[in-house]
Design a protein around this ligand. Structure first.
Ligand SMILES: NC(=O)c1ccc[n+]([C@@H]2O[C@H](COP(=O)([O-])OP(=O)(O)OC[C@H]3O[C@@H](n4cnc5c(N)ncnc54)[C@H](OP(=O)(O)O)[C@@H]3O)[C@@H](O)[C@H]2O)c1
Length: 383
């Protein structure tokens, strides 16, 4: 429910939800200036609005002046009744329920995968297009997995759900795509240095609590989100281990890269590591290409690539840094150098804000592209 700053009542509508019960909704009136150019305004729901990604999505919808007819904020019963601030007004967070999606055009969802698996098909069946940040549907053949700088037109194939890739994958493919177009990427060896916010609010709190105990020379709380204490550590495990000694996070980088780039022959060899950094993932990337490429050529390619910023003047100590990338939307590349032994191999350092381009920015960009490419946002049958 929206609370106007002046306390005035907002429009309400009573609609019947999918289970046949009456649900009271509050719709904010359409305000002037919200419609960007030819884009149609939309009824939007932010699911997971209290989470690390959800809170960034809310900021981005404000910053990018997303064309809204109405907006609502959903999460679990734990957050229902709390408020979020949007465009100068306080909105109540509502508990996720089947009726919550009636009349909604676009759902921006950032919940655990198990929650999305249950609720995203319900939202799609109610007629919304869901942009889902979780891993629930990423590898489903009929669900587009989209990074707007790489494969925007896959959006048009959606059948009600569009998946947002894993954060480590997004920043890597934004950097790889222009190289792939120029000299064809054949193999990638990547080591990640992933921030604690990649594990959501609980990851952020775990680093903060351990840091506070460390400063006060007290007993740090036992790790719960991470397998080991994260303060003073680099943990070479993100998510559970699967077959052959790889983790789920590493296999996401392998499989999602191929799907987004539309090339199942690209070889990806990842090692994913959690580091005690609040925000932004860093990646050391070695890329083998079909044709040789020099560092200078790569710099020139990236200089005009969408979503990429080159920071590469090592003698002036200028290279991408996690702290500098936080709160930015671009993917930053630097330390660009040709392999000492192989002319068709390039090494570089790649950094991006995992909560923004790695999640929220990419999701909002998908929603913007959706309005551009499929203005009616017609949804098909549920999965
Ligand atoms: N963090 C990243 O860098 C990143 C990047 C890319 C993708 N992702 C993916 O995005 C999703 C969200 O990540 P996050 O980092 O924002 O996690 P988070 O900080 O833990 O937030 C999770 C959100 O989901 C809500 N939620 C949890 N259980 C729910 C339920 N049963 N019903 C309704 N809402 C529920 C939470 O609401 P309550 O507060 O009410 O519990 C909260 O709003 C995950 O699938 C994650 O893998 C994260």
């Amino acid at each position: 429910m929206r609370h106007g700053q002046d306390g005035r009542a907002v429009e309400t509508a009573i609609r019947v939800n999918l289970a046949g019960r009456a649900t009271i909704w509050s719709w904010g009136p359409l305000r002037c200036g919200q419609n960007r150019g030819k884009l149609a305004v939309k009824h939007v729901a932010v699911v997971g609005a209290s989470g690390a990604v959800g809170l960034r999505i809310i900021r981005l919808l404000e910053e990018r002046r997303f064309p809204l007819a109405s907006i609502k904020f959903l999460a679990s019963a734990r957050s229902a009744g709390k408020t979020v601030r949007f465009r100068g007004e306080d909105y109540l967070i509502e508990e996720l329920s089947p009726g919550a999606f009636v009349g909604v055009d676009i759902v921006l969802s950032s919940t655990p995968a198990s929650v999305s698996r249950q609720w995203s098909p319900i939202a799609a069946a109610a007629g919304a297009v869901v942009v889902d940040n979780s891993s629930a549907f990423r590898m489903e053949p009929l669900v587009p997995l989209v990074v707007p700088e790489v494969n925007p037109h896959d959006i048009t194939k959606h059948q009600g759900i569009i998946a947002n890739p894993n954060c480590s994958t997004i920043q890597m493919v934004v950097a790889l795509k222009p190289l792939h177009d120029a000299v064809r990427v054949r193999r990638v060896v990547v080591s990640t240095y992933q921030s604690v916010s990649g594990a959501g609010q609980k990851g952020i709190h775990e680093l903060e609590a351990q840091t506070e105990a460390h400063v006060k020379k007290g007993q740090p709380p036992a790790p719960s989100k991470f397998a080991h204490p994260i303060i003073g550590n680099c943990i070479p495990q993100i998510d559970d281990f699967v077959e052959d000694g790889y983790t789920k996070e590493e296999m996401k980088m392998v499989n999602e890269t191929r799907k987004i780039m539309g090339d199942p022959t690209i070889e990806v060899s990842p090692t994913c590591v959690r580091v005690p950094v609040p925000v932004s993932h860093s990646e050391s990337i070695l890329v083998e290409t079909e044709r040789p490429i020099t560092a200078q050529e790569a710099r020139a390619i990236w200089a005009i690539a969408p979503g990429v910023t080159v920071v590469d003047n090592p003698l002036a100590k200028a290279y991408p840094l996690a702290a500098a990338a936080a709160d930015k939307d671009d993917v930053f590349v630097g330390r660009i150098r040709q392999d000492l032994h192989r002319p068709n191999t390039l090494l570089f350092w790649c950094v991006s804000d995992n909560l923004r381009k790695g999640a929220a920015t990419n999701a909002v960009q998908i929603a913007e592209k959706l309005l551009e490419l499929v203005p009616a946002t017609v949804s098909g049958p549920p999965l």
